[in-house]
Design a protein around this ligand. Structure first.
Ligand code: KG4
Ligand code: ZN
Length: 344
């Protein structure tokens, strides 16, 4: 029978990743092996991802990761049915690295090539757990994205709302950078927030008074944090208070919009099993998670957070979308180009 192990590659931001997945006869998907190489140490000095450095690091790591996942799964090229790579959206130099690697593999080993939308990978990633069934409501909240998606089926996504400017993770990173707390900023701000008073610093919740939209805005919050930081000397107490107040503002925005998204989801989808899933690096934040969990409980939704390795950028989710496309013979030509922007 046709081999149906799919190799997935991811390189759209600052993680280089490779993974192998396979479909079992009972319909379940198995991740045979996966590797993620983080570049945090390379970007730390700059307090954010530097695209050129990211692209070069992907070039250095990608081939080695492919070899590692194959040897860990103990398979050869003849066992691989197809190769899937992120072709956007993302930092174009990085996307090109995975894309060209995938095209090269496809050509060299004469196997089908699948170009995958990174956001579709995130949208389907909860299904790697085997516990989430269609339809579900997804909040993707990371350093690059912030959006509510109604995930109805493969290829059937409806974006209910998204940020109109920055992503929350980026605001976390900026806040940490301005106070010298370290990179990535999210975990640092979360640590400092533990000792702070979340009501000490008054910060705006931009756009939140608008009830007719599910869109969000974080740019104004970022600016307000900068002003608060510049206003007084930065004692440890002040750093903790700003961290806590900022985290509360993000939690307020996300939980209010989540509540609205749930109402909309109930109107649009005939679901007997109401499921709400969060993914993206910011899903690691315990305060934000607890707030969203209680919103879900109030609205009668089940709440799920996939394991962090699948919440953040990874190749297993890209391989999963690749597998779905492969099974439908939805192959792509080798002239597919990298896309910096590619809304679902
Ligand atoms: O999903 P991800 O790994 O990469 C993309 O942005 O696509 O998310 C990384 C983002 C960073 O901005 C990081 O600061 C944020 O997620 N993050 C957090 C936490 N852990 C990571 N933000 C808030 N609290 C955290 N504990
Ligand atoms: Zn991502």
């Amino acid at each position: 029978s046709k081999p149906s192990i799919i190799l997935g590659l991811e390189s759209s931001c600052d993680e280089t990743a490779a993974a192998l997945v396979r479909r079992h006869s009972d319909g379940s998907v198995e991740v045979l092996s996966e590797r993620i190489a983080s570049q945090d140490d390379k970007h730390a000095a700059f307090g954010g991802v530097v695209p050129e450095i990211a692209a070069r690091a992907h070039v250095e790591r990608m081939d080695g990761l492919v070899k590692e996942v194959m040897s860990e799964a103990n398979i050869g090229w003849k066992d691989i049915g197809g190769v899937a790579t992120t072709s956007g959206p993302g930092l174009i130099g990085g996307v090109l690295v995975g894309l060209m690697t995938g095209k090269g593999i496809s050509l060299a080993h004469d196997i089908p090539f699948m170009a995958v939308n990174h956001l579709e990978g995130h949208a389907l990633s909860p299904r790697l757990t085997g516990q989430i069934i269609f339809p579900y409501l997804l909040l993707l909240v990371s350093g690059g994205h912030c959006q509510f998606l109604m995930v109805k089926n493969l290829g059937e996504y409806e974006r209910l709302g998204s940020t109109i400017d920055d992503a929350p993770g980026e605001a976390f990173d900026k806040t940490a950078k301005l106070m010298g707390l370290g990179f990535p900023g999210g975990p640092a701000v979360e640590r400092w927030a533990k000792d702070g008073n979340e009501n000490a610093v008054e910060l705006p919740r931009p756009l939140l008074n608008r009830k007719d939209t599910l869109d969000m805005s974080f740019a104004g919050l970022k600016t307000a944090v900068r002003r608060a930081i510049e206003l007084e000397p930065l004692s440890d107490t002040r750093k903790a208070d700003i961290s806590a107040s900022f985290q509360l503002a993000v939690a307020d925005i996300l939980s209010k919009r989540t509540s609205q998204a749930m109402s909309l989801f109930k109107e649009r989808v005939d679901a007997s099993n109401l499921q709400f899933v969060i993914a993206g690096g910011v899903a690691a934040n315990k305060t934000i998670r607890a707030r969203l969990e209680s919103v879900a409980e109030d609205a009668g939704f089940n709440f799920a957070v996939p394991p962090m390795k699948w919440c953040t950028d990874n190749a297993a989710m890209i391989a999963l979308v690749g597998l779905e496309k492969f099974e439908r013979e939805a192959f792509d030509d080798l002239d597919v180009s990298a896309r910096a922007r590619w809304p679902l």
